[in-house]
Design a protein around this ligand. Structure first.
Ligand code: GLN
Length: 532
């Protein structure tokens, strides 16, 4: 029997509801429970694939190729699972499914309505994911804030579920904000209001998680307990942490796991300490490296979340804190000459011409100055372009995505050129890649077959491969029986590796992605050499 924990948010968005939910997932995973996350996004888009990073932050890619909200990334990193597209429910998906059934005549002539048809679809969706994955605990996060029109049908479905499930199989966790007033007092009024809003929808919280700059005082907890009708031990302090990975430990300190064990009638089990040990290591790193990430979305806080996390994971294994600085690639284009005072340069994924020349300049700089370099997806393609221009002398070489060029060293494959549309033409998700023996990438992974996630359209143009290899560029990984290049490296440099795939999506804090671990280690060696 699956038990359900539903996480809602009040007062305002951006409270870290995703991190809260993921941390609850972690503390229950640590006790050996199979926790299965579902993120509900109450927008009409079918998925996040078409959404602009300027608006939404990073697009996370799942193993089955679904492009989803970045919260799913937190779930995979915190809980250690790999989920599929049906773990991201959107209003668009629900309506599409109901409307398709309506067209097929499945509703036998009845009037199709939000209640019960949409709400049934939502409940069935959640329960079928829980059943298929044999979840002990299904963790459902409702995006947005309680009271938003968009979220209403989901909250109604949750209300019905609450009634249908046994009391010991259902817990509602409400995340709210406890602001400090000018005198530094912890204010509970916004929480009271948002719980009232929740109640007007027929829902009653079992746990209230209060996000606050500082630890909640006992008096604050008591006040919330009194006004919101929950026991004091069900009011949990989620004070600001230096590091997001500390949040599960804060929740344990607050005894949230014990409260959930009691509420959901779970058996108390021996706790796994992997997470705690990882956090301890992370908090005690004494060395530091600086990595420049050269991209286009540098003003959007969340655009490179998975890269930032993967660098952090690499740092935990290499023994250093990673200070990531974002460099605006368009700005680089304006300089005649520049110097990077960094220990490593990373060029991440991206699309379109704007800023691409600045990224190429950064790659030249890394190559010529032997600064550790990691290129990802677009960064891989631009490393190919850079090499073509500056080492093969192919002036004006480029990716055909970016300009009309006499030397399209990155291009669509012939069969792709016949398709005259953009939608649905990306190569997405887990694809098997073969690594060549005696290469740097092989030594990082320690095996020849790997699965990594993809999100791209363009490929290395096979016509130019012999010329590249003659000039010293090694294509050390490939897929599709050798038709597509997946990894490149320059053996002359201390660390110069780029991948067509996105290793950052599979990186975990206690199991870093091999290219990131290798890159940060190389950056640390570079920094120590520089210090003499
Ligand atoms: N724009 C490139 C392509 O479509 C790279 C995509 C990416 O970096 N995710 O192939």
């Amino acid at each position: 029997m699956t038990k359900y924990i539903v996480v809602t948010g009040g007062v305002m968005s951006g409270l870290g509801k995703g991190i809260t939910a993921a941390s609850i997932g972690r503390i229950l995973t640590d006790m050996g429970y199979n926790v299965v996350p579902i993120k509900v996004d109450p927008y009409l888009n079918i998925d996040a694939g078409t959404m602009n990073p300027f608006q939404h932050g990073e697009v996370f890619v799942l193993k089955d190729g679904t492009e989803v909200d970045l919260d799913l990334g937190h779930y995979e990193r915190f809980i250690g699972v790999e989920v599929t597209g049906d773990h991201n429910v959107t209003t668009g998906k629900i309506y599409m499914s109901v409307l398709e059934k309506e067209r097929k005549g499945d509703y036998l002539g009845s009037t199709v309505q939000i209640i019960p048809h949409i709400t049934d679809e939502i409940k069935n969706w959640i329960r079928s994911v829980a059943e298929r994955t044999k979840a002990d605990i299904c963790l459902v996060e409702i995006g947005g804030t309680v009271g938003d029109i968009e979220g209403m049908s989901f909250l109604e479905a949750i209300r019905q579920m609450h009634n249908e499930e046994r009391d010991e199989d259902f817990a509602l966790v409400h995340v709210t904000l406890i602001p400090l007033d000018s005198g530094g007092e912890q204010k509970t009024k916004p929480t009271q209001h948002s719980v009232k809003e929740l109640r007007s929808l027929g829902l009653h919280p079992d746990v209230i998680v209060g996000r606050c700059e500082e630890r909640l005082l006992l008096s604050t907890k008591k006040k919330i307990a009194l006004f919101c009708d929950v026991p004091v031990e069900a009011v949990i302090s989620a004070h600001d942490a230096e590091e997001i990975y500390e949040v599960p430990l804060i929740f344990k300190e607050e005894k949230l796991h014990e409260y959930l064990i009691k509420k959901l009638n779970l058996e108390k089990r021996e706790e796994n300490r992997t997470w705690e040990e990882m956090v301890l290591k992370l908090k005690n790193l004494s060395k530091e490296v600086t990595i420049a990430v050269v991209g286009k979305y540098v003003h959007v806080k969340d655009a490179y979340i998975s890269i930032r996390e993967a660098l952090k994971h690499g740092g935990i294994s290499a023994g250093c804190r990673v200070n990531m600085v974002l460099i605006d690639s368009e700005e680089l284009e304006r300089f005649e000459d520049f110097q990077f005072d960094v220990d490593g340069i990373l060029v991440p994924g991206g699309f379109g011409h704007r800023g691409s020349e600045g990224k190429i300049l950064a790659i030249t700089y890394a190559r010529e100055n032997n600064i550790p370099f990691l290129g990802i997806c677009f960064g891989f393609q631009l490393a190919v372009v850079e090499f073509a221009r500056n080492q093969l002398g192919l002036e004006g070489a480029n990716s055909s995505e970016l300009s009309d060029t006499p030397y399209p060293v990155i291009d669509l494959l012939p069969e792709q050129k016949e398709i005259d549309r953009l939608g649905g033409t990306m190569r997405l998700g887990d694809i098997e890649v073969t690594l060549k023996p005696d290469t740097m990438i092989y030594s990082l992974y320690g095996r020849d077959k790997i699965f990594e996630r993809h999100r791209h359209r363009y490929e290395v143009n096979p016509e130019y491969i012999p010329d590249f290899e003659k000039a010293g560029l090694v294509f050390s990984g490939y897929s599709d029986s050798g038709r597509r290049m997946e990894v490149l490296e320059l053996p002359e440099n201390s660390f110069f590796i780029a991948t067509q795939f996105h290793p950052e999506f599979k990186s975990r804090p206690y199991a870093p992605s091999p290219p990131f671990a290798g890159f940060v280690k190389a950056a640390l060696e570079h920094s120590e050499k520089m210090k003499g």
